[in-house]
Design a protein around this ligand. Structure first.
Ligand code: FES
Length: 581
């Protein structure tokens, strides 16, 4: 069923009425079983039934407080005259899951989509937090297209170690380099790790979780200011209760994700991502979410739309501060107000108001944290760049603001590894044939090849160079990078090596030219030689034998298409195909 037909059906009666409004046996079987939970009969009087999709899990520390957040959402739903029903979803803990949480993003999106559609829900509140949980839930919401509002769980409190701020993720990479270089002891690392995670909530750097929380807000899918309130702050629960109230109204107004996550909304999100110095992972996630809604979005949109946008937010990994500081400085509404000339201000999100109305009262309380357009943290065009060339015909990305400026234009000889494991085996050796000018190439880490496209693109530098004080090198891979990571790393090379992209044919000693200002990545090997290498190439045996990993590997799209499963692209609507009672 198309979204249009679905909208008119919703307007005539609540969707949940198909379960609860029927008389005699047809309605009794649904009502009576639910009354086993102790509800009074009024909950079936036709009021909106609101699902609260909860990705709470003790295996996802970033989301561990979401049961309490759900209670606040329920208060709001009851208050506004709705009937809340909380249900568990998959939860993807970035730090714990192997081989990589990204492998399961599409599985979670599929699960949430099916749960929302299969149950008697009129609208849904999406509770997310850790990196992949936010895009997975937005993908699901885009496909089912019932009224939805997101409440992300909020960041952890700022990390502290020896009196200084430390950022989750970002300082893990820094401390690792210090440890390998012998400038930090193991005991100091253990002491530092306890200061890095001081509360529940997701990473408090502008990593992928914070980025996606901000972009959910920029898309119009969560309430203004919601992205930045720390998980431990009472405002987190105020915003959750408000979201509970608002979802009931969204159902009554029939304001659905397909009317919120439009092309202008994605354009706003791309520009906001540039202004906040957001994660490169956002590119893959936004492409996947757009794909669910039939919104045409391409990799090149990210470069083109981001070029006029300066970096305004001074947060790690590109800058100095953390999410708590961002919140107290005014949060995302300040950024969106500052960007007014570059955004679609007429866009309407879950508030029901235009963006211009929504951010009209936003005030900045700390210009060191959120800079003005006139005096930005980094100039326009310093965000994530999209590269093209014979090494990446499908594109590649590099986060300029997180790279050493002197490496953005660099020519060097490749040192190639077929896997990250191969690299790790030799990275500590004194006889590794590597100089600071060498370009390190790691392949076999794309969506299909690993599988799951792990965050290994910012792999640690060879020990002997770290000991010499080298802090950055050009690294190229078909992998992703943690949103908390940094360095001159070229990521998401497409097509990946496992499907026969040119990355598969690079050999150690080949010259590679990286020219970020010109947006090119060139393997200095002529076409005839590349064709000869291709002819002698056989795909690696990378297909998992069974289960979800096999399904994923057989159907995953390349990074430049969002790495969704090919059969999940597009909307499905909220209609249940068969109804057997
Ligand atoms: Fe969950 Fe960083 S590990 S947000």
């Amino acid at each position: 069923m198309t979204a249009e037909r679905d909208h008119s059906a919703q307007a005539s009666r609540p969707r949940s009425g198909a379960w609860f409004a029927a008389e005699a046996r047809a309605g009794m079987i649904y009502r009576s079983w639910l009354r086993a939970e102790g509800f009074t009969p009024e909950v079936f009087d036709g009021r909106p039934v609101i699902g609260i999709a909860n990705s709470w899990s003790e295996l996802t520390p970033c989301n561990v407080h979401l049961r309490a957040v759900a209670d606040a959402v329920k208060r709001g739903v009851w208050q506004a005259g709705g009937f809340p029903l909380e249900f568990p979803t998959m939860s993807l803990g970035e730090s714990l899951m192997r081989p990589t949480a990204m492998l399961f993003r599409n599985l979670m999106a599929m699960e949430v989509e099916e749960l929302v559609r299969a149950n008697p829900l009129d609208g849904v509140v999406l509770l997310s937090g850790c990196d992949k949980t936010t895009p997975a839930m937005l993908m699901a919401a885009g496909s089912v297209d019932l009224p939805a509002i997101m409440v992300t769980g909020g960041p952890m409190l700022n990390g502290k170690y020896r009196g200084a701020d430390v950022g989750s993720g970002t300082h893990v990479w820094r401390f690792e380099q210090e440890l390998v270089a012998g400038r930090m002891t193991q005991e100091e690392c253990v002491a530092a790790e306890s200061g890095m995670a001081r509360s529940c909530g997701h990473c408090m750097t502008m990593g992928t979780a914070s980025t996606m929380a901000c972009l959910a807000e920029a898309l119009g899918m969560q309430l203004p200011g919601s992205a930045a309130w720390p998980a431990a702050d009472s405002h987190r629960y105020v915003t959750a209760q408000s979201a509970g109230q608002r979802i009931v109204e969204l159902v009554r107004e029939d304001l659905r994700p397909s009317r919120i996550m439009t092309r202008p909304a994605f354009e706003n999100a791309i520009r906001v991502n540039a202004a906040i110095g957001g994660s490169t992972n956002a590119i893959i996630h936004l492409l996947a979410i757009a794909g669910r809604l039939g919104v045409l979005l391409s990799l090149d949109d990210f470069d083109e739309l981001a070029r006029p946008v300066p970096t305004l937010v001074n947060l790690m990994p590109s800058g100095r501060y953390l999410m708590e500081d961002f919140c107290y400085a005014g949060g995302l509404p300040v950024v969106m107000r500052e960007l007014a000339d570059l955004l679609h201000n007429e866009h309407v999100g879950v508030t029901g108001n235009t963006l211009a109305e929504t951010v009209a009262g936003a005030e900045c309380w700390n210009r060191d944290v959120i800079a003005s357009l006139d005096d930005p943290v980094q100039p326009a065009g310093s965000g994530t760049a999209v590269l093209r060339g014979n090494l990446c015909p499908g594109g590649a990305v590099v986060k300029q603001s997180a790279a050493s400026p002197h490496l953005l234009k660099h020519r060097g000889q490749a040192l190639v590894f077929d896997s990250i494991e191969d690299y790790h085996q030799v990275a500590g050796r004194d006889d590794l044939p590597v100089e600071a000018s060498t370009i390190l190439v790691v392949r076999g880490a794309g969506p299909k090849g690993y599988p799951g496209m792990p965050e290994i693109g910012n792999f640690v530098l060879p020990r002997k160079l770290l000991e010499r004080g080298v802090t950055d090198m050009v690294r190229i891979s078909d992998a992703r990078m943690s949103g908390t990571g940094f360095g001159a790393v070229v990521l998401h090379v497409a097509p990946e090596s496992a499907v026969g992209g040119p990355l598969a044919f690079v050999r150690s000693g080949d010259w590679i030219q990286l020219d970020v200002p010109a947006r090119t990545l060139t393997l200095e090997v002529n076409d005839r030689e590349l064709a000869r290498r291709r002819a002698g190439w056989a795909p690696p045996p990378c297909s998992p034998g069974r289960g979800y990993a096999r399904l994923y590997s057989e159907h995953v799209l390349q990074a430049d298409q969002g790495a969704d499963l090919d059969f999940l692209v597009g909307a499905s609507g909220a209609d249940v195909p068969r109804h057997n009672h």
